[in-house]
Write a protein that binds this ligand. Structure first.
Ligand SMILES: Cc1cc2nc3c(=O)[nH]c(=O)nc-3n(C[C@H](O)[C@H](O)[C@H](O)COP(=O)(O)OP(=O)(O)OC[C@H]3O[C@@H](n4cnc5c(N)ncnc54)[C@H](O)[C@@H]3O)c2cc1C
Ligand SMILES: NC(=O)c1ccc[n+]([C@@H]2O[C@H](COP(=O)([O-])OP(=O)(O)OC[C@H]3O[C@@H](n4cnc5c(N)ncnc54)[C@H](O)[C@@H]3O)[C@@H](O)[C@H]2O)c1
Length: 459
């Protein structure tokens, strides 16, 4: 027997639950299907747990540095990994609980546990049950990509999901992938006290960032004991002792590294394989991401795709924004789209990187006339007072319109401070307005007018 709904949402990530709730609020009968855990990656094995662990790692680091501030800590600082995990589990647990409670209290919404699979453009099967709706919204996210290295099926390895169960300190954590996931875990585990090696095929960490930002990231992590092996790929993996031996290739040179634990951080695979998308007529690209137009409509009328699964964002803020876009369009008959969305992201090493708009590389490639200013964090009094002067600020401005094109702030508070510039950018306000505005002293943001006052032509 088929259950008829007004709308079906597949996946309870960072847009699905909010859209399901909003539709239910419009007196629609809604089904929300989730195969693993409500809240998806962000809440369970992404943003929330990693930033909670980053906070523990920072506490350990500050305790070790206490003497720099004239504070005595008697004896060596040690980290209780079971307590660190328990704290992380408590923060995640509270988030999942409040989300579950909230969704459970919405009368018109039925939460269905299980894996959703299309039978046709309007029918979804979950186990023995088949449900139908004229509107279906896909929010199934992505998972860690696992490479096909020879031997990978015979060695224990960790991903961002399984590392969440670790409550012991690795002797030597080898991380393959030196981007967002790899870097956040690298610094965190180095601060917990593990030996950490990061392997990447590129020539620098976070290679989507400008070279000067990458150089600072490398310097910050190396100063904390992280070893980087760049231009290096993994040829094969085998079991060694209790851990894993990786055979590596750097140019023509071959070497090996043995780790007690291996973490794979090589990007993501969209969760589209279980959906049986051909039955619904939903097209995917070569990498398996669902193809959508700017309004997030798929190739099948009546089916939308939001979040990581459409390959347009890969961040919680982009997924949530896509709930807002689809919600406004479907419910309020709006005309919102992702066109013109300003790209923003953070990299939550410590100090963090906040990034908005275009990078310097992107501005150069665009060929437009631009202005640029940079300032080391060592020339920010707040950073000096805090004893954390690593990093730099960078801003790029259109030479003709005087509007901000992009900015990077790698330094204390960089993730928050950069959003001051984001507001100017979104409002299309010329940077000169900020130069004339008085800011609070002593803060990092007070240096933004000074930074903008130093703008020079980008040669
Ligand atoms: C380690 C890590 C750290 C991160 N840190 C940040 C950060 O600091 N800031 C940031 O903005 N982003 C961060 N991200 C990215 C962020 O987690 C994702 O972009 C975000 O979760 C958005 O995902 P989503 O809404 O597309 O779906 P997801 O959160 O991935 O959820 C999809 C859900 O769909 C379910 N599902 C899949 N297939 C089916 C099916 N067939 N039937 C039923 N259910 C299904 C899954 O079980 C899952 O619960 C991080 C990611 C990782 C891995
Ligand atoms: N702070 C945040 O917002 C945050 C944090 C973590 C994750 N995320 C999200 O998760 C996504 C995935 O992150 P990620 O770090 O896993 O992937 P990524 O795609 O950002 O980086 C993968 C890295 O692996 C390297 N690589 C790929 N194949 C390789 C190989 N065979 N050998 C050696 N190196 C190889 C690449 O050069 C690259 O540096 C990101 O795109 C991001 O959207 C966001």
């Amino acid at each position: 027997m088929s259950d008829q709904f007004d709308a079906i949402v597949i996946g309870a990530g960072q847009s699905g639950p909010f859209l399901a709730a909003r539709l239910a609020g419009e007196n629609k009968k809604v089904a929300l299907i989730e195969r693993e855990h409500v809240g998806g990656t962000c809440v369970n094995d992404g943003c929330t747990p990693t930033k909670t662990l980053v906070a523990s790692a920072r506490a350990a680091w500050m305790a070790r540095r206490a003497g720099d501030f004239g504070v005595a800590v008697k004896g060596p600082v040690s980290v209780d990994m079971k307590a660190v995990k328990a704290r992380k589990d408590a923060v995640v647990g509270a988030s999942v609980e409040s989300l579950t409670e909230w969704l459970g209290g919405i009368e018109a919404l039925e939460y269905i546990e299980g894996e959703g699979r299309f039978l046709s453009p309007s029918e979804v099967q979950i186990g023995e049950r088949t449900i139908t709706a004229p509107q279906i919204f896909i929010n199934t996210g992505a998972r860690a990509a696992v490479p096909d290295w020879p031997g990978i099926d015979k060695v224990p390895y960790l991903t961002n999901s399984s590392i969440m169960n670790l409550d012991t300190l690795p002797g030597h954590l080898v991380i393959v992938g030196g981007s967002y996931i790899g870097l956040e875990f690298a610094q965190m585990y180095a601060r917990f006290g593990a030996k950490v090696t990061v392997i990447d095929r590129g020539d620098r960490p976070a290679s989507r960032e400008d070279a000067d930002i990458s150089a600072w990231i490398r310097k910050i992590l190396e100063a904390e004991g992280v070893t980087f092996l760049f231009k290096t790929t993994v040829e094969s993996v085998t079991r060694a002792g209790g851990g894993v031996l990786l055979s590596l290739k750097t140019g023509e040179r071959r070497a090996s590294v043995e780790g007690s634990h291996l973490l794979i951080a090589l990007g993501r695979t969209p969760n589209t394989d279980a959906l049986n998308l051909p039955a619904a007529g939903v097209k995917t690209d070569k990498r398996g991401y669902i193809v959508t137009d700017e309004h997030l409509r798929t190739s099948a009328p009546g089916i939308w795709a939001m979040g990581d699964v459409n390959g347009r964002g890969a961040f919680t803020h982009t997924s949530y924004n896509e709930f807002e876009i689809v919600g406004d369009n479907v419910i309020d008959k709006g005309d919102r789209s992702v066109a013109g969305r300003i790209p923003v992201h953070g990299l939550f090493i410590d100090p963090p990187l906040g990034r908005i708009g275009m990078s310097e590389d992107e501005v150069r490639k665009s060929g437009r006339k631009a202005l640029i200013a940079t300032r080391p964090m060592s020339r920010v009094s707040r950073a000096k007072e805090r004893g954390e002067t690593q990093g730099m600020m960078k801003v790029l401005v259109d030479a003709d319109t005087k509007q901000i094109l992009g900015a990077a702030i790698l330094g204390i508070g960089g993730d928050e401070v950069v959003q001051v510039l984001l507001q100017l950018m979104a409002a299309r306000t010329p940077y000169t307005t900020m130069v004339e505005t008085v800011h609070i002293h002593p803060t990092v943001s007070e240096l933004l007018p000074t930074l903008l006052g130093d703008l020079k032509p980008l040669d």
